[in-house]
Each structure stands twice: as C-alpha cells, then as structure tokens.
Write a protein of this length. Structure first.
Length: 266
C-alpha cells in the first residue's frame, strides 16, 4: 500500500473511531442529551462499535491500525511493517483523532453550550454538590467536559495509571497480533474487526475503571488538543499534567506485546 493510502485510511478510520467513541461519551455526559446517564455499559459498547465501524471502513486502505501503539507493535513484530511507514501511520492517526473530536463538538454543539452554561454543572454561588465537584475538578486541571475528549484517572497515582494503560494495551495488541486479525500480517483486516471490537469492550469493562482505558495515544492526545483549542465556555483545563500517561503507557504496552509475540508466537 502507498503512503497516501496509509495516511488517508488512518485519517478516515481514526476520525470515525473518535467521532463514534467520543460521541457516546458526549451522549452519556451532556445534560441535554437523550442518552444522559446511560452509564458505563453504554460507553464500553459504544467504543467497541466505534472500533468495528472504523476498522471495516479503513482496512482496505491502510490495514486499520488506528492506534500508534498497534503501529509500533507491528513495526517491532518479526516481518512487520517498514519503519519508514510509522510516521505516516502516526500522522494520519493524530489528524484523524483531531477531526473526529471536532465533529463530536459539531454534532453536540447545542448540548455543549447548554451543559457548560448550566450553573449546576459549572458552579455558582449556592450551587449544590455537583457544582463543588466540577469546581474541584477544574482546579485539578480537568474541565467538566474533558472526559468527552480524553481520559483521566479516578485515583491519580502516576505509576499505577501508567501500569493500567500498559496492561490494557498489552491485551489489545496481543489479541491483534495472535488472532489472525492482520491484513497481510501488517494491520487489522475486516474479518478481525468484530473480534477486536469485542476485545476493546472487554478491556473497557474489566480494566477501564481506573483510567478510562485510553490504550491508544492518538485517541487521547488528538482530542485533548481539540479540547484545548475549541471555544467552549467554562470548559476548564485540559489536564496537560496527566496527558503523558495515555501516550507513554500504551506505547510501552505495544512494545511489550510485540516482544511477547516475537518470543512466544513468531
């Protein structure tokens, strides 16, 4: 496949991934949404279906990596992709993630405004506990809608947060490398899309509680950049102090998974 096919495929696929994955987070979070408070099951299955749709769409062009950790693992894998293709994959993934996050904002524009101008959400004199919680979160650097765009820990312990992301990414990447989900050995094929989607759901249900399971550097960094740039009222901080965790953790996890694969399965 050509560099242009890789870049276009990863841009389109990752944009769809973030549009649908971030979209379910917006649907569950924003006060004026019909799906408000639908819960963690809705989020985990929403992300799983997002993966399914994104892989089916982009696999013919790029092999549907959609994740820098997957690309890194496939470069480290014996007989894997060329290292010269890695920056092309990563560039398309980051751009696609930013586009997808911006489209979530467009799709939920009215809901974002309603949510972020609600005194119970953003805080006001005499507001109840929800406002106090939102103010506390903003003081820590995470605004009230940041969770729609990127991940954050429930308990901020750096080594544990990194370890959680490493473990979840190892599970994801090993599933991709070992279950015949590759297109020519170098990406996700359409036959493996359903299995991969279910693996993502499983990771979310079992390991998503501590950090929100980024397991994908582009999925977290691209939307976090968009959150920082969008003209959202009362949006609070983008929590850049935590931003390195969902980038470094998944990359380490992808490298470890590739090493396990090369030793045990190759």
């Amino acid at each position: 496949m050509s560099s242009s096919d890789i870049f276009i495929g990863e841009t389109i696929g990752t944009a769809i991934l973030i549009l649908l994955g971030g979209g379910v987070c917006a649907a569950v979070t924003l006060k004026a949404s019909k799906a408000r408070n639908a819960g963690w099951l809705a989020i985990t299955f929403g992300w799983g279906f997002a993966v399914l749709t994104a892989v089916y769409t982009s696999a013919p062009l790029s092999g549907a990596h959609l994740n820098p950790a997957v690309t890194l693992a496939l470069a480290l894998k014996k007989d894997g992709i060329s290292w010269s293709d890695v920056p092309v994959y990563w560039g398309g993934q980051l751009l696609g993630a930013m586009i997808g996050a911006a489209l979530v904002w467009v799709a939920y524009y009215g809901q974002f405004l309603a949510h972020l101008t609600d005194k119970e959400i953003v805080g006001a004199p005499g507001a109840q506990a929800t406002a106090a919680k939102a103010v506390e979160a903003q003081e820590k650097g995470a605004g009230p809608v940041l969770g729609i765009f990127s991940t954050g820990p429930e308990v901020r312990v750096a080594w544990q947060n990194v370890a959680t992301e490493v473990i979840g990414t190892i599970v994801l990447v090993l599933a991709i490398l070992t279950q015949g989900l590759n297109d020519g050995g170098n990406g996700l094929g359409t036959l493996g899309a359903l299995v991969t989607a279910l693996v993502v759901v499983s990771i979310g249900l079992s390991l998503g509680g501590p950090t929100g399971y980024a397991i994908n550097p582009a999925r977290d960094l691209g939307p976090r950049i968009v959150h920082a740039l969008l003209p959202l009222p009362n949006k609070g901080g983008s929590d850049w102090g935590y931003a390195w965790v969902p980038v470094v953790g998944p990359l380490i996890g992808g490298a470890i998974a590739a090493g396990i694969y090369n030793i045990a399965f190759a």
